[in-house]
Design a protein around this ligand. Structure first.
Ligand SMILES: Cc1cc2nc3c(=O)[nH]c(=O)nc-3n(C[C@H](O)[C@H](O)[C@H](O)COP(=O)(O)O)c2cc1C
Length: 184
């Protein structure tokens, strides 16, 4: 079962979150995670069409997704939206921002809407809010995985609990995709 994680990261913080999502996917037997960064040349549209699930990731810039992820979305119209190549695939999303809140929800709403426009099935988080900084979902969102990286290097942020949240999302997507495929 193939899960593709397509993401952007200007400075490496969201990439770290993407790696944690992939680690969560790999906890599920037979699940294979592929990481694709939108800035790395041509988009592998065929690999995306061959995926059983697609997880979108972006830093929150100016209260929404990055321009690079938005360009990927617009570019998907011909290769993916017109043939409905992602119809009925599982979808999910994650985002990371400088501020603890940082208007991240708007980035996840943008991703979920995009997935809906492609006929995909959106999966959110099933975690209670963490009440302390060391607990998963300490930011307390449900539409996707949220992380915060303030002005420190990607070696130091996002912090461990946010990476646990990201890994949990990856694992959940892989588990649900496996169930969905088994019942198809
Ligand atoms: C152009 C730009 C806009 C940003 N806008 C926001 C914002 O709206 N909210 C916020 O909390 N952080 C904002 N930030 C901070 C980034 O979200 C933060 O530095 C994040 O860790 C960057 O992730 P990256 O290293 O994957 O690019 C912005 C950063 C840049 C460069």
């Amino acid at each position: 079962m193939r899960v593709t994680i397509i993401y952007d990261s200007g400075y490496g913080h969201t990439q770290k979150q993407a790696l944690a999502v992939a680690e969560g996917v790999h906890r599920v037997p037979e699940a294979e995670a592929t990481l694709l960064a939108v800035g790395d040349g041509d988009i592998a549209w065929e690999a995306l069409a061959d995926s059983d699930a697609i997880i979108f990731g972006s830093p929150t810039y100016n209260g929404t997704i990055s321009a690079r992820l938005k360009k990927f979305m617009e570019d998907s119209t011909r290769p993916a939206w017109m043939p409905m190549a992602w119809r009925n695939k599982i979808a999910a999303g994650f985002t990371n921002s400088g501020a603890q809140h940082g208007d991240k929800l708007n980035s996840l709403v943008t991703m979920a809407l995009f997935a809906a426009q492609h006929g995909m099935i959106w999966v959110g988080l099933d975690l209670f809010p963490g009440n302390t900084a060391d607990q998963p979902n300490r930011i307390g969102g449900w539409l996707g995985a949220m992380a915060q990286s303030d002005d420190v290097s990607p070696e130091l942020s996002p912090i461990a609990s946010d990476l646990k949240t990201a890994a949990h999302l990856g694992q959940r997507v892989a588990e649900l995709t496996r169930q969905f495929k088994a019942n198809a």
